[in-house]
Design a protein around this ligand. Sequence first.
Ligand SMILES: CC(C)(COP(=O)(O)OP(=O)(O)OC[C@H]1O[C@@H](n2cnc3c(N)ncnc32)[C@H](O)[C@@H]1OP(=O)(O)O)[C@@H](O)C(=O)NCCC(=O)NCCS
Length: 179
Amino acid sequence: MVRPPATFATARLTARLPQVADAPAVFENYASDPEVTRYLSWRAYERVEPVTMFLRESIARWEKSEGHLMWLLCLKGTAAPIGSIGVTLEAGKVMFGYAFAKKFWGHGFATEALTFLVDWSLAQPSLFRAWAYCDVGNPASARVMEKAGMVREGVLRRWHVCPTLGPEARDCVVFARVK
Ligand SMILES: CC(C)(COP(=O)(O)OP(=O)(O)OC[C@H]1O[C@@H](n2cnc3c(N)ncnc32)[C@H](O)[C@@H]1OP(=O)(O)O)[C@@H](O)C(=O)NCCC(=O)NCCS
């Protein structure tokens, strides 16, 4: 199985493994913001402790190299996470997820991080499909995927529950780059 790098850098960002000590900054900067989690599979956190548990689980997934492998993203030269990006690897393909603190939206950071990972993924001999999906109501995320060279493939109807918006599964748009 492919092993993603523990760290990587883009023009303006460094990506590194999460640490338990990141919990207060992750909570403060984006994980407590319902605008950030609006289209995500998790609801905004109201306390730091569950974020600590979530980071512990993320670290354990890296140790076992299984499930969703998540990096924290920091502006180069700083240590505080402004967002995260992650990959889920599965026989020949890789799926992405990402989120940034609201005050950093609109500066191309998501595109920068996603482009790196799409390029890295398709440079691996055993990976052929780099893909992700977003809610039909999340055009910013769709645009990020497009800018990372992914192509819109269609709509996955009733695909994903966004707990912030309610219990019903919602329609999603799927994008991919393949080789
Ligand atoms: C989606 C998200 C990651 C985008 O991050 P970002 O760093 O702002 O993205 P970028 O700056 O690289 O690109 C955003 C693009 O979307 C466009 N955009 C933003 N809002 C838009 C809207 N309402 N409609 C259409 N396009 C929009 C921007 O103009 C930009 O495109 P451009 O460069 O062609 O002008 C960020 O908004 C976020 O963290 N949202 C909350 C979490 C989330 O939804 N994650 C994705 C789950 S699938």
